[in-house]
Design a protein around this ligand. Structure first.
Ligand code: GTP
Length: 737
C-alpha cells in the first residue's frame, strides 16, 4: 500500500477517522481532515501502532484496537470513552454511553431491575449489540446466534410540542411502544399506546433513558401578538412617554379638557403647526412628552381592550365637581381597574360656584379610590378645563405616575403597536393612525397591520407635519396599506416586504375563513339556536342515497316535516356516494348533507371537515326524519364520548368449560363496572375490544369492583386472555352540546 486516505485507513482499522487523525497528531504528523492522503512513513507508523497496541499512542489508550480482536474490544473501549462519537456502523456507542446514567440499561446491571430483566428475557439475546459487556461475553460464548435485531441508538435529545402519545414518543426514542408502556408501568403509570403524555410524563421517560428533552414552543409567525411578547434586552430599554386616555361621564368635560391641554401645550414651541385630528396627540411638559389618546369616551379604550390591545398606561377620570360620580364614572372606573391601569382623578369644573370636590372625593372613596389626603393613594387634581386652572398640576401628576411606573421601550427594534383609528380616504387610500408602542417606525418599513399589509408610504405626526420616523409612544398617521385596518388592530414591522406580504395575506385568509365558519355554517347541532335567533328561515338539505327510490322517499318525508318558523328546502338529490362537489354545494348554500345508505368518499370527508359541513348518515328513513325534527325543536339526542374508568391487571387465568376463560384480575386503577365496555391491552396494544360478560367478586356477581380489589372477569366472545394483560374499562358519557 503506497497511498491511502485517512478515512480509508480508519475504515481498514475499524476506527474513526478522528481517532486516526488524533493518533497522527501524537506522532507529529499533521493532517487536515479525513480526506488527507497518507503515505510511506505515516502508514508504517500507524500500522505499527495499531499492531502493537497502545504503546505509541498513550492518549488513544482506550480507543486503539488490535485488529485481531477488535470485534470484542471495540464496544467496550468506546463504552469507557464517553466522548467517542457514535459514527461507526453497528457499534453501539450510545447504548454504552448511557450505561452510567441509568442503571437499568447496561448489561452489567441486568439483574438489578425487574423491568429490565423481564424485558431482556422477552427480547432474548437479540439486543446483544446494544447491551453492556456481559451480554457481549455471552454472545461470544454462544456459538449460534440468531441474526441480531439491532435496536437503534437512543437519540441524544428529543423535542416535542405540547404533548406526545406513547407511540410518538417511542418513535422518537427509537423504541417499541410496548417497551415504553412497560416502563411507564414500572414508574407507576398505566398507559396505552395512544395515550397522550404531558411534559412531565415525557420528561420522566426520557430521564429514565438518559435522553435530553426540550419542549418546543410553537411560534405562529402570523400571530402578531407573539412579537409583542418578545423579550428585550434590558440595556436597550429607555424611558418612553406615558400614553393617557381620558374617561368620564357625559358632559363632565372630557373634550374640553383634551382641548385645553392641547391648546396650552402643543402650540408652545410649535408655532405655525397646524393641529390636525389624528386620534392622538403629544404634549411636552418639563422637557418630557405625554401622549394623549384623543378619542373621548370609553369607546376607544374598551374596543381596544376587547380586542386584546393594551394601549393606555394611565387613565384620567374626569368627574364634574358640580355633578359628582355618575353611572359612566363608575363604568370607567371598572374598565380602568380591569385593565389594571393607574387612575388619576381630575375633579373638573372647579370654577363653578356649585363645585363640591369633597363630595366627589367622598363618592369615589366608595369605589375604592381614596385620596392621598385621606390616607389613600389616588391622586385627585382639581381643575377647570374651561379656564385652564390646575391643568399644569394635572400634567405634572401624569409625569409623576409615569416616573413611578417606569414605562420603557426599545427604540432600536422594529416598530410595533396598535391602530388608533383608520379610514378610507378618497385621495390617499387607506389612512391609519398608529400608536408606536415599541421600536421606531420609519417611512418605507414593510408592515402588517391587522389583516392588511404594505409599506409605510408617508407618515404625518399629530401636528400635520411629515416625519421620517416615529419612536415609542408616538402617534402617527400612515398611508401605504393595501386595505383599511380596524381600531385596536395590532401592527408589526417586518424585515422585508415579502415576509410582510405573506404574513398579511395569510392573516387575511385566516380571518376570512374564520368569518365564513362563524357566520354561515348550519348544522343540526346549531339549527335550533339559529332558528331562535331568526337567522334561519330555510333549512337547505342535500340528499344522497343508494337507489333512486330511497332518495325520493327521504326527500318526500323531509318535505312533510312541519315545524313552525322554518322550511325545509331540498336543493339537490342524487344517487351515489357523497362527493366533494356535494360538500362544496352544501358549503356554498349553507346546507346539510343527508346520506341514506351511502357514505362520503375520502375527498368529501376531508372537504366536509375543512368546510365544517354537517353530514348525517342514516339507514332508516324515520331516523332521518326524527333527527331533523328533534334538531328543529332543539331536542337533539345527546352525543357521547368515551371515558376510561379503570384498569385491571390479569394475574391468573382459569379455563372453565362452557364458561370460557376467567381472568383473575386485580384492579389497579379506578374501577371496573359490570356495564362497562372493555379493551384488552397486551404490551400496550389493544388486542380486543368488546363488552364485559361477567364480573365477580369470589363467587358472587359484582356491580363494580374498585381499585385494590381482586375480581374475576369474562368478556363476551373472547377467551384468549393471558397473564399480564390489562383490562381497560370504559363507559360512554354524554357530552353537552
Ligand atoms: N364651567 C365649566 N364648564 C365646563 C368645564 N369643562 C367643561 N365644561 C362644559 O361642560 C360641557 C360638556 O363638556 P364636554 O367637554 O363636551 O364634556 P364631555 O365629557 O366631553 O361630553 P361628551 O363628549 O358628551 O361625553 C360643555 O358645555 C363645556 O363647556 C369647566 O371646567 N368649567
Amino acid at each position: 500500500m503506497s497511498k491511502i486516505r485517512v478515512y480509508e485507513y480508519a475504515k481498514k482499522q475499524n476506527v474513526t477517522s478522528k481517532e486516526v487523525i488524533d493518533l497522527l497528531k501524537t506522532m507529529n504528523i499533521e493532517v487536515k481532515n479525513h480526506m488527507a492522503t497518507l503515505e510511506g512513513e505515516a502508514i508504517t507508523k500507524l500500522d505499527a501502532s495499531y499492531n502493537k497496541g497502545n504503546s505509541t499512542a498513550p492518549k488513544q489508550e482506550t480507543k486503539s484496537v488490535k485488529p485481531e480482536n477488535k470485534s470484542q474490544n471495540r464496544p467496550q473501549n468506546s463504552g469507557q470513552n464517553q466522548g467517542a462519537k457514535a459514527a461507526q456502523g453497528s457499534t453501539p456507542n450510545r447504548g454504552s454511553q448511557n450505561q452510567g446514567a441509568q442503571g437499568n440499561r447496561g448489561g452489567q446491571n441486568q439483574g438489578g431491575q425487574g423491568s429490565r430483566g423481564r424485558n431482556s428475557n422477552q427480547r432474548g439475546i437479540n439486543q446483544g449489540g446494544n447491551r453492556g459487556g456481559k451480554n457481549r461475553n455471552q454472545k461470544s460464548k454462544t456459538p449460534f446466534q440468531p441474526a441480531p435485531v439491532k435496536q437503534k441508538e437512543l437519540p441524544e435529545k428529543i423535542t416535542f410540542v405540547e404533548s406526545l402519545t406513547v407511540a410518538e414518543l417511542a418513535k422518537k426514542l427509537h423504541r417499541e411502544p410496548s417497551e415504553l408502556v412497560k416502563k411507564l408501568f414500572m414508574l407507576g403509570t398505566m398507559a396505552t399506546v395512544n395515550q397522550e403524555l404531558d411534559k412531565d410524563g415525557i420528561e420522566l421517560i426520557c430521564a429514565d433513558y438518559g435522553v435530553e428533552v426540550e419542549e418546543e414552543i410553537l411560534i405562529d409567525s402570523t400571530d402578531l401578538e407573539t412579537y409583542f411578547d418578545e423579550e428585550q434586552n434590558e440595556a436597550d430599554q429607555i424611558e418612553r412617554p406615558s400614553v393617557v386616555t381620558i374617561m368620564g361621564h357625559v358632559d363632565h368635560g372630557k373634550t374640553t379638557l383634551l382641548d385645553s391641554i392641547r391648546k396650552t401645550k402643543v402650540t408652545e414651541g410649535e408655532a405655525g403647526g397646524i393641529t390636525q385630528h389624528i386620534g392622538a396627540y403629544q404634549v411636552e411638559v418639563n422637557d418630557k412628552k405625554i401622549t394623549f389618546l384623543d378619542t373621548p369616551g370609553h369607546a376607544a379604550f374598551t374596543t381596544m381592550r376587547a380586542r386584546g390591545a393594551k394601549v393606555t398606561d394611565i387613565t384620567i377620570l374626569v368627574v364634574a365637581a358640580d355633578d359628582g360620580v355618575m353611572p359612566q364614572t363608575v363604568e370607567a372606573i371598572n374598565h380602568a381597574k380591569a385593565a389594571e391601569v393607574p387612575i388619576i382623578i381630575a375633579v373638573n369644573k372647579m370654577d363653578k360656584p356649585s363645585a363640591n370636590p369633597d363630595r366627589v372625593m367622598q363618592e369615589l372613596t366608595e369605589h375604592g379610590l381614596v385620596p392621598e389626603a385621606w390616607g389613600g393613594d389616588t391622586i385627585f387634581v382639581p381643575v377647570s378645563a374651561l379656564n385652564g386652572e390646575g391643568i399644569d398640576n394635572l400634567l405634572e401628576m401624569i409625569l409623576l405616575v409615569g416616573e413611578v411606573e417606569e414605562y420603557k421601550a426599545n427604540p432600536k427594534r422594529r416598530a410595533l403597536g396598535t391602530v388608533i383609528e383608520a379610514e378610507l380616504d378618497k385621495g390617499r387610500g387607506s389612512v391609519a393612525t398608529l400608536l408606536v408602542q415599541d421600536g421606531t417606525l420609519n417611512v418605507g418599513d414593510p408592515i402588517v397591520v391587522g389583516y392588511t399589509f404594505g409599506r409605510v408610504r408617508a407618515m404625518v405626526n399629530d401636528l400635520g407635519r411629515r416625519v421620517k420616523s416615529a419612536g415609542p409612544s408616538t402617534p402617527v398617521e400612515i398611508t401605504g396599506l393595501n386595505d383599511v385596518p380596524q381600531a385596536g388592530d395590532r401592527f408589526v414591522v417586518f424585515e422585508d416586504e415579502k415576509t410582510a406580504r405573506s404574513i398579511g395575506e395569510t392573516r387575511a385568509q385566516q380571518a376570512l375563513q374564520a368569518q365564513r365558519g362563524e357566520k354561515t355554517r348550519v348544522s343540526l347541532d346549531n339549527l335550533f339556536e339559529q332558528m331562535k335567533q331568526g337567522e334561519m328561515k330555510d333549512l337547505n338539505v342535500i340528499v344522497k342515497g343508494d337507489v333512486q327510490g330511497s332518495v325520493e322517499a327521504v326527500a318526500a318525508s323531509l318535505l312533510k316535516i312541519s315545524v313552525e318558523g322554518v322550511n325545509i328546502k331540498i336543493i339537490h338529490t342524487a344517487v351515489g356516494a357523497i362527493t366533494e362537489s356535494d360538500v362544496t354545494l352544501a358549503a356554498a348554500s349553507n346546507a346539510i348533507v343527508i346520506g341514506f345508505n351511502v357514505r362520503p368518499d375520502a375527498n368529501a370527508k376531508r372537504a366536509a371537515d375543512a368546510e365544517q359541513v354537517d353530514v348525517r348518515l342514516h339507514r332508516i328513513i324515520y331516523k332521518v326524519i326524527e333527527e331533523i325534527e328533534s334538531a328543529m325543536e332543539g331536542l337533539l339526542d345527546p352525543e357521547f364520548e368515551e371515558k376510561v374508568i379503570g384498569q385491571a391487571e390479569v394475574r391468573q387465568t382459569f379455563k372453565v368449560s362452557k364458561v370460557g376463560t376467567i381472568a383473575g384480575s386485580y384492579v389497579i386503577e379506578g374501577k371496573i363496572t359490570r356495564d362497562s365496555g372493555v379493551r384488552l391491552l397486551r404490551d400496550g396494544v389493544v388486542v380486543f375490544e368488546g363488552d364485559l360478560d361477567t364480573l365477580k367478586r369470589f363467587k358472587d356477581d359484582a356491580k363494580e369492583v374498585a381499585k385494590g380489589y381482586e375480581c374475576g372477569i369474562t368478556v363476551k366472545g373472547f377467551n384468549d386472555v393471558k397473564e399480564g394483560d390489562i383490562f381497560e374499562a370504559f363507559i360512554m358519557q354524554e357530552i353537552k352540546r
